[in-house]
Design a protein around this ligand. Structure first.
Ligand SMILES: NC(=O)C1=CN([C@@H]2O[C@H](COP(=O)(O)OP(=O)(O)OC[C@H]3O[C@@H](n4cnc5c(N)ncnc54)[C@H](O)[C@@H]3O)[C@@H](O)[C@H]2O)[C@@H](O)CC1
Length: 495
């Protein structure tokens, strides 16, 4: 089941719905229980210090304290005056089982931090209106200065749930148990770096309720696997997708070759690189056609591929060439030099735009930090302006299509190297050429690319090349297929 990505407004809407259904208190109980289980696992021995703020995030901490007590753990609770009705109720419940919350003051905090095995941060969650007020900022600085591991509830105090940016000094968590859905700040760095290891608690909400209010979703590998093309034993190169790569320019010809390899490794039957440059023959299976006049060739030819990718190292002619092939209305990936603002409005439903944040900034006429601060909003804005499907690349990537937004999973930090995007373009074109719709190709392609990066990382360690990742695409494909009923995919019988 896809995991939801929620903004604070989404959380408020969900909570209002839970409240109307009489389920909000149960949700807080489940949240507290999940936090207690996680805290018990993170610090199997010693005293646990819970910090409770005045909102519902504090209520979760007070419930967790009660469950930790039931697990036989020694707890201390430092709390602000409770404003939220459920937080007040859970404070009384905690009192009834013998744990009185002590007022949260700097002196009490200093004393309790001395012997704590773990701090549970329930000071503030999605209710933050930045910046942190000085009294709470002092508490956060005190916890950060102590060398005690921290488990945050929902998100570390001081992080703006919607932003990847870090302002002021938020709490640095070793673990975060997030509730109902991921918050963007937990997915995109540098904010995500402060959340430690993030797990999503199962609050036992009615199925689909969290997703209904979601900004975006994170599809699971089991949901992505059925999108992969089915191929039977009688397939031949003419039915497996003919892909054209339009790329390369003197000095950047390798980019076109890498895209071609990505397409071949993703199962395209025939891959032809059309280029004005001398493209290196990195694989003899690639067909390479050099043109002195690429425009003229595209104008004159009656040949048509099943899918194209355009722009990798293509140079200054890229926008004009891209416009020309967009007119063919074939499944098309636009990357690198073809990602130019003047193409706004020239897209169609079978188009995939694959910018990295710098290219996205160029397309939107904003700065790169404007894009990376909120990649979900940037991908949505790009999709609205350029049409088709947008893959805003990153760790994770954000895919915006007419039906919504997906945030990818997986990947490997070693994938931060030149040529990775070229491989992805070829891979996406190969999937389009094998009949996938643009949204399905985007999701399946990004997932395969990330998985191939993980597999390459397991072999080669830290520094990965695009060639390492391409080489793992087949194995990535098989690991994805293992997630589904293989009987539905007779060609790929895997053990
Ligand atoms: N469906 C869900 O996701 C659920 C969420 N729950 C919790 O509910 C939380 C949201 O609760 P609330 O909306 O009550 O918000 P919070 O508990 O996150 O914080 C609200 C309080 O923070 C204070 N505050 C806001 N900005 C501040 C600042 N800059 N400096 C200092 N104090 C500030 C306000 O006075 C307010 O009382 C979530 O983060 C989660 O922990 C759970 O209780 C159960 C269900």
């Amino acid at each position: 089941m896809s995991e939801a990505v929620l903004s604070p407004a989404d959380v408020r809407a969900l909570d209002a719905e839970l409240d109307r259904a009489g389920l909000l208190e149960l949700a807080m109980e489940e949240a507290g229980r999940a936090v207690a289980d996680a805290a018990h696992a993170c610090a199997p021995a010693g005293r646990i210090l819970l910090l409770a703020g005045n909102g519902a995030n504090g209520g979760d901490a007070l419930v967790a304290a009660r469950h930790l007590l039931a697990l036989g753990r020694e707890v201390r609770v430092l709390a602000l005056p409770s404003k939220h009705p459920l937080t007040r109720r859970n404070r009384r419940r905690l009192g009834k089982v013998g744990v009185a919350a002590t007022p949260l003051t700097p002196a009490h905090l200093r004393r309790e931090l001395r012997d704590a095995a773990l701090v549970v941060d329930g000071l503030l969650g999605t209710g933050l209106t930045p910046p942190l007020r000085p009294a709470l900022a002092e508490v956060v600085a005190g916890v950060n200065a102590a060398s005690v591991p921290v488990l945050a509830i929902d998100l570390p105090t001081g992080l703006d749930a919607l932003s990847s940016e870090v302002t002021g000094e938020p709490l640095r968590a070793d673990w975060t148990v997030t509730l109902s859905g991921f918050k963007p700040a937990l997915l995109f760095g540098p904010a995500a770096h402060l959340a430690g290891e993030v797990t999503l608690a199962d609050l036992r909400l009615p199925p689909g309720w969290a997703g209904r209010h979601a900004l975006a979703t994170r599809p699971t590998p089991a949901e992505v696997a059925p999108l992969l093309p089915v191929r039977y034993a009688d397939a031949h190169k003419g039915t497996a997708g003919r892909v054209w790569v339009l790329g390369g320019h003197p000095g950047t010809a390798g980019a076109a070759a890498l895209a071609g390899v990505g397409a071949l490794r993703a199962g395209a039957g025939l891959v032809t690189v059309h280029s004005a440059a001398e493209v290196p023959l990195v694989m003899p299976e690639l067909m390479i056609r050099r043109h002195t006049d690429l425009h003229g060739f595209l104008q004159a030819t009656d040949e048509r591929p099943d899918a194209l990718c355009v722009g990798m190292g293509l140079g200054p002619d890229a926008p004009a060439l891209a416009r020309q092939v967009l007119g063919w209305r074939l499944p098309t990936v636009l990357d690198a030099d073809a990602l130019q603002p003047e193409l706004a409005g020239a897209g169609h439903d079978a188009c995939l735009w694959t910018p990295h944040p710098g290219e996205a900034a160029r397309l939107l006429g904003v700065s790169t930090p404007d894009v990376t601060r909120d990649p979900i909003a940037a991908a949505k804005a790009l999709q609205e302006r350029f049409g088709g499907v947008v893959v805003l690349k990153g760790g994770p990537s954000t895919i915006a299509h007419a039906g919504g937004i997906w945030v990818s999973r997986g990947g490997h930090p070693g994938m931060a190297s030149a040529g990775m995007g070229d491989t992805l373009s070829g891979l996406l074109a190969a999937l389009l050429g094998q009949g996938l719709s643009a949204p399905d190709a985007a999701l399946a392609g990004v997932t395969l690319h990330a998985r191939a990066g993980e597999l390459a990382g397991a072999k080669h360690g830290y520094g990965l090349t695009a060639t390492d990742v391409s080489a793992e695409l087949g194995a990535a494909w098989l690991t994805l297929l293992r997630k589904i009923d293989r009987a539905s995919n007779p060609f790929f019988k895997v053990v």
